[in-house]
Design a protein. Sequence first.
Length: 364
Amino acid sequence: MINVLHAVEAFSGGIVQSVATLCRALDGQARFHILHGQRPDAPEDASAQVPPGVTLIPWPAAAREIAPGRDRRAIAELRAVVDRVRPDLIHAHSSKAGALARLAFASGRIPVVYSPRGYAFLRRDKGPAGRAAFWMIERLLGTLPHITVGCGLGEYGLARGVSRRAVLIPNMVNLADFAAPGHRRPEAGAPLRVAMAGGIRPQKNFPLFREIAGAVRDRGWQFLWIGDGEVPGGGPLPPNLEITGWLRRAEVLQAMAGCHVFMQTSLWEGLPVALLEGMALGLAVLARPAVGNTELVIEGHNGFLCLEAASFVAALDRLDRDRDALVAMGAASRQLVEHHHAADRIAPRWLSLYRHFGRYHRHG
């Protein structure tokens, strides 16, 4: 059985779901350990989301931003865990974990599989100089022995520009977690319910979500932000916007299932798991045209791409007036996930990749 060490600095949000789904899909076919950072927004129920045989190991020194002293300690901790669990390969998730893993094993002694899940050089909370520096770091690290796995077509295209070797394995969801969507047409006169799921942080662009809700506060539409975090300044929340705070996994899916539209306002993404989950629940989708979003939203088929608040409002108005289109787009969302992102279709590609690198390590 292949022995895989997941190295995850950003153990929160969609990365938790990506790793947990992978572990569950390959349970019994691979042995997994998860070395994880300890961000404040890490879910309290992470251990309950992975199979019982998966070992979770804290990674105290791992941190998001570059800090040479702390990064050296993180590399030492990673090497110590590798010596203890003796994996056949390391699967590093996120830019920071990918950098640390490739630096720790620059010789190729342990194979490294790297999933960026949203490259750092896409960050819009950094200026042009900062993004250029992140791109240069990826380009330099891309010369080291490893393979980069793009989680979507957009990320795969970026990976080919900065890594010697790249493959595409799309993000996936386990459809067993998502009951087949029922009839999502709101009752006559019932207001639209619009959801977004994620932590309130710069990437997810809460100010735009709040602006959209505020612009239609007199329409009766209800907006639900599923997650927690520090709300940025900008005045009081409009009365039609609710922030749930942190919820357990089952509660997140229940809250999303009670809505009609998933509205993705992120500034940058890899291939957003939360958006995939909304689609799996049969929601019509609206999203900014960020990397990843553009390949999940097919204009006029399962939703619309929107850039600023006015275009989101216009799309919501269109769906509110045409409930038949709302239902049809939700059904199309579900169908797209079933055909292109279901775990039973995608997980065998991960197992094949793992076995190839594990065999190389054991016999090379």
